[in-house]
Design a protein around this ligand. Structure first.
Ligand code: FES
Ligand SMILES: [Fe+2]
Length: 391
């Protein structure tokens, strides 16, 4: 068999057999900005390595490739000069493009009857504002219906309201999604997180049972057994220096069965944790009244926008007020900053190369297989078979 560049590129090694692309799966919607960030001026964004300009004209949104084909200037430095036309005008010589189809509507400095008018077209992108975020479809195929693609916690804005925030990580998106594959790093990495101070020690050495979801969009992880402390011969106990903990290890796992939770019994939520294509994790609380969706948005091969999308069930005005204050004063800091940053440090510290996977990687392996075999591919590209020989 011929050796390709991907075979020897350390960054591709863990993913090449599964066909998980460096720049992400293109045939999906991605959140790229919070809605409040997009004001009156056009905004540049990068998505799957593509430079895109997004702007508003009144209530409508438009997105085009962020490069004027005349002499290459970024359209995002321009403006929507002709309000109500849905166009953007390049800041250099005034070439003006339609946001609807990317056609050149006028080359202003060439005059109204310039022959080049309408003969030049640049790429336009489907774009939406939904759930306090701006969404882009970077794919080549027809865009899917956004609301139906999303987990109900985001897609059903009549039942939930959403507070999104993001942080850009200096890492490939695949390392961040692997971090969400129930690899039992949480018990190790987050044990000093303020968010967990008031919770019992998380169990480790659990049995992880991944199973594909009936909707075909991702997989769920069942976590069974586990202990909260163990003796390591010649070394000592783990954990052993956690003086700050209010609730001490009890010696055995103590995750309450999700089957008995309010989330499951009252709200009919199937799983506590799910990992979905194109690369997002859904982490629900046992109450079923709050759910965090974290979304790995590949900006380029080495930068990933980690969206933390906080979703709160609509339970009346008073409760919404409380949830918003609670998020501002506690959860936004304790989770979206401190807790998430503990992961950020580590995924940014990954040195690409061969891996020695072990017992705790069951979820990561299952995810890679699932994603490679089930992700939508660009039109004309064949769907992959799940590799049989890859552990
Ligand atoms: S570079 Fe855009 S109009 Fe000249
Ligand atoms: Fe983590």
């Amino acid at each position: 068999m011929a050796v390709t560049e991907a075979d020897t590129d350390p960054m591709e090694m863990p993913y090449r057999a599964h066909g998980i692309p460096t720049l992400g799966f293109s045939e999906y919607w991605y959140p790229v900005l919070t809605a409040e960030e997009l004001g009156r001026k056009p905004k540049p964004v990068k998505l799957l390595g593509q430079d895109i300009v997004v702007w508003r004209d009144g209530a409508k949104l438009y997105a085009l490739e962020d490069r004027c084909p005349h002499r290459g200037v970024k359209l995002s430095l321009g403006e929507c000069y002709y309000k109500g036309s849905g166009s953007i005008t390049c800041p250099y010589h005034g070439w003006t493009f339609s946001g609807t189809d990317g056609k050149l509507l006028a080359a202003i400095m060439d005059g109204p009857d310039a022959p080049i008018t309408r003969k030049v077209t640049i790429r336009h992108y489907p774009v939406r504002e939904f759930a306090e975020m701006i969404w882009l479809w970077p794919g080549e195929g027809e865009p899917a219906a956004l609301e139906e693609e999303l987990p109900q916690f985001i897609g059903r804005q009549d039942s939930f309201f959403t507070i999104p925030m993001y942080t850009d990580y200096k890492c490939n998106w695949r390392w961040l999604v692997d971090n969400w594959g129930n690899d039992q790093h949480a018990q190790f990495v987050h044990r000093s997180s303020p968010e967990l101070f008031f919770q019992p020690v998380l169990p480790f050495i659990m049995t992880i049972e991944p199973k594909p979801l009936a909707n075909g969009k991702g997989m769920a992880f069942k976590r069974l057994g586990g202990v909260t402390s163990a003796e390591f011969p010649g070394l000592g106990t783990f954990p052993n220096r956690e003086w700050w903990r209010f609730m001490k290890p009890t010696g055995r796992g103590n995750i309450r069965g999700f089957e008995n939770s309010k989330a499951h019994k009252v709200y009919g939520i199937e799983n506590q944790s799910e990992l979905w294509l194109p690369g997002l994790v859904i982490v629900g609380r046992l109450s079923g009244e709050y759910c965090l969706v974290q979304w790995a948005v590949p900006l380029d091969a080495h930068t990933t926008r980690c969206f933390n999308i906080n979703n709160f069930r609509r339970l009346g005005a008073l409760r919404e007020w409380y949830d918003r204050i609670h998020y501002k004063l506690w959860r936004g800091w304790a989770h979206d900053r401190i807790f998430s940053d503990q992961d950020k440090v580590l995924v940014e510290a990954v040195v690409p190369g061969p891996e020695r996977l072990s017992k705790s990687d069951v979820g990561v392996i299952a995810w890679r297989k699932f994603a490679g075999a089930n992700a939508r591919r660009p039109p004309g590209q064949v769907q992959r078979e799940a590799p049989r020989d890859v552990a």
